[in-house]
Design a protein around this ligand. Structure first.
Ligand code: MD3
Ligand code: FE
Length: 208
């Protein structure tokens, strides 16, 4: 369903098998070196969702090849199968003509536990207008999809559940968005995950 121009929500895009496989992969990527870390913003803030990156390491507000704000290890590689998953997602959500020519080369994986949330922000650190692919695992969250002008209203709240795909292309690529809350205990029992995981797949537009 199109939530806004270029923003398409596909509930239950990942079946049980693919959700389990993606979770297992995420648990491996979370391990050190270059594993899960707490992100500190230059203004003195601390993000409550913890993060691990593949391909390029995101730190507020740029990309690097090493964990410049953590253990300084080289960032883990971005596997080819994740790139295929991203292209499949864009083709299913927006159509084959929307699949970018440049390869997907970044995964940002956010782990939400306890009272973790994410404030309203825009993702502007990629030098590519390619659609961003978002996959959710575990607890349901309230995802707030805003406008391109301000971090305030008007916005639309959408529940994202385990297995859901959301693709942000076209004008929605630069829209403000955030996660005001996660609904505890809503993960599918067969997944074995307490909390929520979100995987975003992106095109850096940076030189390999
Ligand atoms: C709209 N993640 O990683 S997913 C992020 O659930 C991020 O962890 C949230 O915002 C999460 O930057 C929201 C939905 C999402 C992700 C990336 C976007 C929406 C987006 C990029 C551009 C526009
Ligand atoms: Fe974002």
């Amino acid at each position: 369903a199109e939530a806004a121009p270029g923003a398409v929500h596909v509930p239950h895009w990942l079946d049980e098998h693919r959700q389990r496989a993606l979770l297992t992969a995420c648990r491996g990527w979370a391990r050190p070196p270059a594993g899960l870390r707490t992100v500190h913003t230059p203004g003195g803030g601390t993000m409550t969702a913890r993060q691990v990156c593949l391909g390029w390491h995101w730190y507020p507000y740029a990309y690097a090849r090493t964990v410049v704000d953590g253990d300084h290890a080289p960032v883990k590689p971005f596997p080819a199968w994740l790139g295929e998953l991203a292209r499949d997602a864009v083709a299913d959500a927006l159509g084959p003509e929307a699949v970018p020519g440049d390869p997907y080369d970044i995964a940002l994986i956010n782990f939400y536990d306890g009272d973790a949330r994410m404030g309203m922000h825009r993702d502007g650190d990629e030098r590519s207008a390619a659609p961003v692919v978002s996959l959710s695992l575990g607890d349901t969250c309230v995802f707030r999809f805003g406008n391109t002008e301000t971090r305030t209203r008007p916005y639309t709240d959408v529940e994202l559940r385990s297995g859901d795909l959301f693709v942000f292309g076209g004008p929605s690529r630069l829209a403000f968005h955030g996660v005001p809350r996660v609904l505890p205990g809503t993960a599918p029992p067969w997944l074995g995950l307490t909390g929520r995981l979100n995987i975003t797949l992106r095109v850096s537009g940076l030189a390999a």
